[in-house]
Design a protein around this ligand. Structure first.
Ligand code: HPA
Ligand code: ZN
Length: 355
């Protein structure tokens, strides 16, 4: 899309909508979520309910006790608890119930489209079949459009702390269900596991026609974002906030309109930024990047989509124009077709015009 054919912000929106109504506007505007790990939406209450239903024991006495453990210092300190929480998921209905709980919350936040990550290796390693995982999650996605008005799709993530050979085995197991997910991604412990470790499996996924994304530049250096782009050939970078340290990389991301799926409350809770006021979301937008706002692991990081928007805007002083830009970017960065993108941006403009 050329610069002139791309949707642009109407400055009369900013003249008409007072700053005091910004939180309400952020909540009401239609938006897409492009970076959310479905296992990271498991609330402590659901972890306890599923543990009881499945006879799984967990090393916490109560919901409060578990919530108290959510004091993270970095990505790894979170991942240890996140993988432990996922151990209560055994049956197809468990995966459905988890996804449905997230989709209801997404609908309440006016998320109209979501592309949800799932980590099959976390489950297949415990003897849960790929079929159980994919069919449970996919059934919830299918129900979401007629019942909640949310279009939902799935992206399979490879765990980067495991080997590329294991990623290939996971891909093989998933191929019978290839119509049930739209792309592949790369998550888990970033530092020490650069994107190029997965060059061959991503090349294969590209041949198979999957969309490609990868976490890069969350804690890892700009070099990992370069190799996600140039070696893995990803279409979107998850997090990517460390790119701001490399002006040549910022130029590349802006020129090629590579979306960054930024997760402000995640960055705060994992100490990527010392406080939200120092988050670089505004700087990324100012540099012309297709930055978006997302919740990452909302049950662990203290907020779903609208809390990510309202808390970040309150802390950084972003305004009406950036609200519109972030929502428009979320549609541009999604893997829906051009007509659907236009229809969502029309809905976005209608909300701003009548707000
Ligand atoms: N980074 C890497 N891996 C993850 C994350 C994240 O933010 N959330 C769940 N798995
Ligand atoms: Zn993530």
């Amino acid at each position: 899309m050329t610069d002139s054919s791309r949707p642009h912000f109407d400055p009369t929106f900013a003249q008409r909508i007072p700053a005091g109504r910004l939180p309400e506007l952020l909540r009401a505007m239609p938006k897409a979520e492009l970076h959310m790990h479905i296992e990271g939406s498991l609330e402590p209450e659901l972890i306890f309910a599923l543990a009881q239903r499945n006879g799984v024991s967990i090393p916490y006495a109560s919901v409060e006790d578990l919530r108290k453990a959510y004091a993270f210092t970095n990505l790894q300190s979170f991942l240890d608890i996140y993988y432990a929480g996922a151990s209560v998921l055994l049956k197809e209905q468990d995966f459905y119930d988890m996804a449905w709980a997230y989709l209801e919350r997404a609908a309440a936040d006016h998320v109209v489209h979501t592309e949800m990550f799932f980590d099959p290796q976390t489950h297949t390693a415990r003897g849960v079949s790929m079929e159980t995982v994919v069919t449970g999650l996919h059934r919830a996605c299918v129900d979401a459009l007629p019942k909640l008005g949310v279009s939902a799709s799935l992206i399979l993530c490879f765990l980067r702390h495991l080997s590329e050979e294991e990623a290939f085995e996971t891909l093989e197991q998933a191929l019978p269900y290839r119509d049930k997910f739209i792309g592949v991604g790369l998550d888990s412990s970033e530092v020490g596991h650069p994107p190029e470790k997965f060059a061959r499996v991503f090349a294969r996924c590209r041949e198979l026609g999957f969309h490609l994304v990868a976490h890069a530049g969350e804690e890892g250096p700009p070099a990992y974002v370069w190799s996600a782009l140039d070696v893995l050939k990803v279409e979107r970078v998850d997090h990517g906030v460390q790119s701001a340290k490399d002006p040549a990389l910022m130029k590349r991301l802006a020129q090629d309109r590579i979306p960054l799926t930024v997760c402000p409350l995640s960055n705060l809770k994992l100490c990527v930024f010392p406080d939200l006021a120092q988050h670089n979301l505004g700087a990324l937008l100012d540099a012309g990047l297709v930055a978006t706002v997302n919740s990452d692991d909302p049950a662990y990081f203290g907020g779903y989509m609208n809390q990510n928007f309202t808390q970040t805007f309150a802390a950084t002083g972003l305004g009406v124009q950036q609200a519109w830009q972030l929502a428009a970017n979320s549609f541009e960065g999604s893997f829906i077709d051009a007509a659907a993108k236009r229809a969502y941006v029309d809905r976005l403009n209608a909300v701003f015009a009548t707000f």
